[in-house]
Design a protein. Structure first.
Length: 117
């Protein structure tokens, strides 16, 4: 076991120690999966319960959609309902200009609506 840190290890520790999200989100881990916010982690737990109860057929974490060459949109979840429909979910605390633009492009290109929770 190492008793002392190297200068580089200490600098890395100091650099990461005070990192805070620009919008106050706190990264949260559940089941070995790290989420960008507690709200997103809580929604994941809700989806797990809905899946166990048979309320939904399944869900997918952080699917990536290609909007244009070099432009991607990563949703938080896709939910597969028992009736065959799908729902694109994004947990939002704050809507950035970039998100609003990508949402419009996504909804036009894929003819799907993003549900914000």
């Amino acid at each position: 076991m190492q008793e002392h840190w190297s200068i580089e290890q200490y600098r890395e520790y100091e650099k990461n120690k005070n990192k805070k999200s620009k919008y106050g989100a706190v990264k949260t881990s559940v089941d070995g999966q790290t989420f960008d916010s507690k709200k997103e982690a809580d929604f994941y737990c809700e989806l797990k319960l809905r899946l166990q109860s048979g309320d939904i057929k399944g869900f997918c974490l952080q699917p990536i959609f290609i909007l244009a060459p070099g432009l991607k949109y990563k949703a938080d979840f896709i939910v597969f309902h028992n009736n065959g429909t799908t729902e694109i979910i994004d947990t939002k605390g704050f809507k950035t200009k970039e998100y609003i633009t990508k949402k419009k492009v996504f909804e036009d290109k894929y003819d799907l609506k993003i549900k914000e929770v």
